[in-house]
Design a protein around this ligand. Structure first.
Ligand SMILES: [Zn+2]
Length: 124
């Protein structure tokens, strides 16, 4: 297991557990993540690390819904922001000029958390 993914997973568990506590929810069902193409996160490794890190917390058993975000750069020639087709080449897809100005692509964000409601007592 990579230390990178494990530290990210611990971070996610910490933040989301806090959200669950504030909302007084006993359990988290789905965690939506936005992962930049340059974040160097391996989804399967992150899932495994999350399984380990979430044990004994309200996030245990939650599903990770990962959305891959494109690399966006600013092209000085076109004077606009463009999404790269491949993170391997930092060239504007429109004019083929090198585009070293990264706008986004490194982020790893929790975009949404789905919580389970408190079970309603059936008696009475
Ligand atoms: Zn351009």
């Amino acid at each position: 297991m990579s230390v990178h993914e494990l530290s990210i997973a611990r971070n996610i568990v910490e933040i989301v557990s806090q959200v669950a506590m504030e909302e007084k929810s006993p359990r988290v069902s789905v965690i939506h993540l936005q992962i930049g193409a340059l974040s160097c996160v391996v989804p399967s490794a992150l899932e495994f690390a999350f399984e380990v890190a979430s044990q004994g917390t309200p996030t245990e058993g939650a599903r990770l819904q990962m959305e891959c975000m494109p690399v966006v750069v600013h092209c000085d020639s076109c004077e606009t922001e463009v999404a790269l087709e491949s993170p391997q080449s930092f060239r504007c897809p429109r004019c083929a000029q090198p585009t070293p100005t990264l706008v986004s692509g490194r982020e790893l964000e929790i975009s949404r958390v789905e919580l389970e409601e408190e079970p309603i007592c059936a008696h009475g």
